[in-house]
Design a protein around this ligand. Structure first.
Ligand code: HEC
Ligand code: HEC
Length: 218
């Protein structure tokens, strides 16, 4: 049951519903993704120190294949927890991130996510799109907005993210390296050209994500 207190979410949910297949939108709201509570960023700072060796260095690259390590600062911490669970379970096949998530609990994830994300990117009061939304993006806006800000805490913000990382992620959803049911469906319909254009578009939007800050001392 949807409660009155979550009125904003419900409104956005209905907007998403009207634009996408009902079953897909409902899958996105399955109770499993609501399981975690707000994390303890101070504890997270200690746990996530090694993570910053990759996520705290601007423009750091994954090797073989080469693409940018994703920006986490400003991302929804709830989404970061879902992503970490997907690496841990193998739903996302990235070997290094599997190794970096395998031994942690959901509480550890929530704490690290709170620290790595910091203050969440908020939508601009009067958003001005940078460039023109590619035609293939009409379905994406229901969940990722025109401005690239995920409309619920479970939907990732794409604004400001590295374009080569977004391209890699979409290709993985399309080809099976990531098995998320919602995104596999949407990415499966995109051509390589659509993926490139959408990645560039969302990467260019501001305000957007940033590289996580490295603390001055250990
Ligand atoms: C050796 C470099 C490296 C280290 C260390 C590392 N990561 Fe990652 N991380 C990556 C790469 C590369 C990706 C993108 C993987 C992919 O293609 O799915 C990633 C993806 C992620 C994502 C998904 C972001 C998104 O937008 O979906 C999260 C969350 C994350 N890492 C958190 C962590 C945490 C927490 C740690 C420490 C426990 C950590 N990472 C350590 C390289 C690293
Ligand atoms: C019904 C809501 C919905 C729609 C519509 C949707 N997405 Fe997503 N998107 C999600 C969710 C949920 C995730 C997280 C999936 C996961 O856990 O891997 C996601 C993940 C992503 C990611 C990975 C982000 C990251 O940090 O790794 C990209 C890129 C993306 N979507 C782009 C798109 C594009 C482009 C479209 C349109 C073709 C689209 N999405 C349509 C809900 C949606």
């Amino acid at each position: 049951m949807l409660k009155r207190s979550s009125g904003v979410v419900v409104t956005k949910f209905l907007a998403a519903l009207s634009l996408t297949a009902a079953s897909i939108a409902l899958a996105a709201f399955s109770p499993a993704v609501h399981a975690q509570s707000a994390g303890d960023a101070q504890r997270g700072a200690k746990l996530a120190y090694t993570c910053l060796g990759c996520h705290g260095i601007p423009n750091y690259k994954n090797a073989y294949p080469t693409y940018s390590v994703p920006k986490l600062r400003g991302q929804h911490p709830e989404y970061l927890v879902i992503a970490l669970q997907a690496y841990r379970s193998g739903e996302r096949s990235h070997a290094t991130m599997h190794a970096n998530s395998a031994s942690w609990s959901d509480k550890d994830f929530a704490d690290m996510a709170a620290f790595l994300a910091g203050p969440v990117v908020a939508p601009a009061a009067a958003p001005k799109p940078v460039g023109k939304m590619p035609a293939a993006g009409q379905t994406c806006v229901a969940c990722h907005g025109t401005d690239g800000i995920g409309i619920t805490p479970q939907y990732p913000t794409l604004a400001g993210q590295h374009a080569d990382y977004l391209e890699r992620a979409l290709t993985d959803y399309k080809k099976g390296g990531r098995k998320n049911a919602i995104m596999s469906g949407f990415a499966g319909q995109l051509s390589a050209k659509d993926i490139r254009e959408l990645s560039r578009y969302y990467s260019a939007q501001r305000p957007g994500l940033d590289t996580s800050k490295r603390p001055a001392r250990r």
